[in-house]
Design a binder for this molecule. Structure first.
Ligand SMILES: [Fe+2]
Length: 200
């Protein structure tokens, strides 16, 4: 039987608690429950070495300051920083509709569970996005439903609707296929996302 590294399991447990604590609606709660139920089954660790992009060196320390976070987010932030050196940070691939000109250098995505992640798998994707200040992420869409958990300031939109600010601990659900985007303001944006990719 495959066993999960204890630091990675600590991250899973902290993520389950934080996503559950901040979930705003039944669609989120159902999706979160299914995702973490699936994550109880451990998949083999991948062979990708950790790799940081320049934007991570520049902005991650400001984006995640555990001391400033509310108590329900603290274990998640701490656990993330422990496993962060194992993450192979990557820029987004694919189209860049409505992205800001500084997008390419101004963002990084971290896959923890999912393709190319610390624990590669196809059923659940759990990762995070980091945006430097004044970066707009492209409009994008994907078949899996998705729940966000936001650790910083920053704005989001769904279906070309008005920008909204979930704030620290903010959480919302993206239905399958919905168009969505995010953008940072004066400070970096950092948000976790959880996608239930199987059964879609
Ligand atoms: Fe998304």
């Amino acid at each position: 039987m495959t066993t999960r590294d204890s630091a990675l399991q600590t991250f899973v447990d902290a993520a389950e608690a934080a996503f559950g604590h901040y979930a705003q609606d039944d669609a989120s709660r159902v999706s979160i429950d299914r995702c973490f139920a699936a994550l109880r089954e451990v998949a083999p660790t991948g062979d990708q070495a950790g790799h940081r992009l320049t934007v991570c060196e520049e902005w991650l320390p400001q984006a995640i300051q555990p001391d400033t976070l509310p108590a329900p987010l603290l274990p998640l932030a701490d656990a993330f920083l422990v496993i962060e050196p194992q993450i192979h940070w990557r820029p987004r691939t694919g189209d860049t509709t409505n992205a800001s000109e500084n997008f390419a250098q101004g963002h990084a995505n971290a896959m923890i569970f999912g393709p190319g992640g610390i624990e590669p798998r196809t059923d659940v994707w759990l990762g995070a996005s980091l945006l430097a200040p004044h970066v707009r992420y492209p409009d994008h869409t994907h078949p899996p439903e998705e729940t966000y958990l936001v650790l910083t300031d920053g704005e989001f939109s769904q279906n070309d609707g008005p920008w909204f600010t979930p704030g620290v601990g903010g959480s919302f659900h993206n239905t399958p296929g919905i168009l969505h985007a995010m953008r940072s303001g004066e400070s970096p944006l950092f948000a976790f996302w959880l996608l239930r990719a199987k059964d879609i």
